[in-house]
Design a protein around this ligand. Structure first.
Ligand SMILES: [Zn+2]
Length: 539
């Protein structure tokens, strides 16, 4: 039987009818009529649910998330905290090692998150203190940016690094060194690739458990659609299995990594197999056919690995800082565009964004009607490039959604520009991604949305714009706008009930998701949630 939801404040995101009081959800999980309480109540036979004036909107789209690794971190790895110096790192690892919930997933390795340079002498963590505390046990810690990693001697040896004869730096990264040239154990970008590949990957059961946790976390924060920004071989297996078990309560579009180490934890040799075979893992709610590239690193201290424009020839990117061999990137984008597969390209500097746009321009000259691609992050884009997003049909995916945090605002970090209004005024399709995995404990985007409403220069957005960005525009970016992203007859009944009206509440940073529905079924309920304390935090 259909269910009628009545007496609500329904913000539909359908421009032809932005507000309603009630709607029908049909037995097949799609919306029926949308209208007034009187109209919809009259559509008997239907169960009637009185929403008592609550605010309802479409389920949101998280345009950039790392569901599996974020969840593995939270469930199985040591939580060291961003305040941890050497003493706290050792204490917290020891407390965690005693809890042993990690043993079956990563063996005797100790994996922790995160270290922050500011807490170490000379801003350089040195493996010596880990060696003293843990001896032969491999220990690794992700950096707060999640791009780099710090390892003790046992882990370095296990991953094949020649610790006694300090290696030369690779072309796409470097080793942090002591004054005598020996390595401290901090591995930056490409220098970490063997370490990422060597870290134990866990069991299929642990992947499934973690992905289920991640999907529930997405539902908890109002998401019914997510883009996975770093799928790999284990991810494809886990997502397919989770959907087949009936637990995939989001529509998930996954970008399998073509090039990039830290998040794939694999090397290109094996990643290419997953890219070629991705279609075999497609299920009803899982589309694994998108692809991811990291063109550069991040503009955050102390390892500034983003790609700026060239200092001498400022119309060009500083090609030395592009982390994918140029020819590989050209050929791969051409191939994937021909195959109609959306590519998401990580770009954190003005130079990498320009290089991605230049590459897309070449393929659009060849195939004017090709598929929509994305540039991820867009922390800093040269204003001359704003208009190219619309011209080339490129989505400007804005992430990580941490710009409300002081450390990531332009006055504290000149490269954290996030040019929302510049891109909007140039007609770019904008989306927002939590980039969960990165330091925040949850994928909560409400504090970041609030920051876009406070009139800061470059971020002057309206409520209607941000609600559209996190719903229908996200759906459009992945080609699902016919099925989701607004409350309209015939679309999937993916909707959320919030504790306040997003179109008028003065403060939305602390918004609480009361319920989430996916294909008409309730998949999240705040009142019975054991982890409800995660919600309603303003930062
Ligand atoms: Zn990411």
């Amino acid at each position: 039987m259909a269910t009628a939801y009545v007496n609500a404040k329904v913000y539909t995101v359908d421009p032809s009818k932005p507000w309603a009081e009630a709607f029908l959800v049909k037995e097949d999980g799609t919306f029926g009529e949308v209208g007034t309480t009187a109209e919809i109540s009259a559509k008997a036979p239907a169960n009637i649910v009185d929403l008592k004036g609550q605010f309802v909107m479409p389920g949101m789209h998280d345009a950039h998330c790392h569901l599996l690794i974020a969840s593995q971190e939270k469930l199985f790895e040591a939580k060291l905290g961003l305040d941890a110096g050497p003493k706290e790192v050792v204490e917290r690892f020891k407390a965690y090692a005693g809890s042993c919930n990690h043993l079956e997933t990563v063996g005797n390795w100790l994996i922790g998150n995160f270290y922050h340079y500011a807490n170490f002498p000379d801003e350089k963590p040195d493996r010596e203190f880990l060696d003293k505390a843990f001896g032969d046990q491999p220990v690794v810690i992700r950096e707060y940016t999640t791009h780099n990693i710090f390892a003790n001697t046992a882990a370095l040896k296990a991953a094949g690094y020649d610790v006694d004869n300090p290696p030369d730096d690779p072309w796409d990264g470097y080793y942090v060194r002591r004054p005598d040239g020996s390595i401290t154990g901090e591995l930056v970008e490409g220098a970490a690739k063997n370490m990422w590949a060597a870290i134990p990957k866990g069991t299929p059961e642990s992947h499934l458990e973690a992905l289920e946790y991640g999907v529930k976390m997405a539902n908890r924060f109002g998401f019914t659609a997510v883009q996975e920004a770093s799928a790999n071989a284990v991810y494809l297996e886990a997502a397919k299995a989770l959907d087949e078990a009936g637990k995939m309560t989001i529509n998930l579009d996954a970008h399998v990594v073509y090039w990039g180490w830290a998040f794939s934890q694999e090397i290109p040799d094996t990643l290419i197999k997953s890219i070629n075979n991705a279609h075999k893992y497609a299920t009803k709610h899982f589309n694994p056919n998108m692809v991811k590239f990291w063109l550069d690193g991040v503009p955050w201290h102390p390892h500034l690995t983003h790609c700026p424009l060239d200092a001498e020839e400022p119309e060009k990117p500083d090609y030395k800082k592009i982390l994918v061999p140029l020819q590989v990137f050209d050929m791969a984008i051409d191939r994937l565009d021909k195959e109609g597969r959306t590519c998401k390209v990580h770009c954190c500097g003005q130079g990498s964004a320009r290089h991605a746009l230049d590459t897309f321009e070449k393929i659009r000259a060849k195939r004017p009607n090709g598929v929509r691609h994305e540039i991820a992050h867009n922390m800093d884009v040269h204003p001359d490039d704003f208009k190219r997003y619309k011209e080339l049909g490129i989505t400007a995916e804005m992430s990580p959604a941490v710009w409300h945090d002081k450390d990531y605002q332009p006055e504290y970090n000149p490269m954290s520009v996030y040019p929302f209004t510049g891109l909007r005024d140039a007609g770019a399709l904008l989306t927002i991604g939590s980039d969960w995995v990165f330091a925040p404990e949850t994928p909560n985007i409400f504090p970041a949305l609030q920051a876009l409403l406070e009139g800061r220069k470059g971020w002057e957005m309206t409520r209607e714009q941000i609600l559209k960005i996190v719903t229908i525009d996200g759906a459009f970016a992945v080609g699902r706008d016919k099925d989701e992203g607004s409350i309209e007859p015939g679309k999937l009944a993916n909707f959320i009930i919030l504790d306040r009206d997003m179109t008028s509440a003065e403060e939305i940073a602390t918004t609480i998701v009361k319920k989430t529905f996916f294909e008409g079924k309730e998949v999240y309920d705040y009142d019975s949630d054991e982890l409800k304390h995660f919600q309603g935090r303003s930062g």
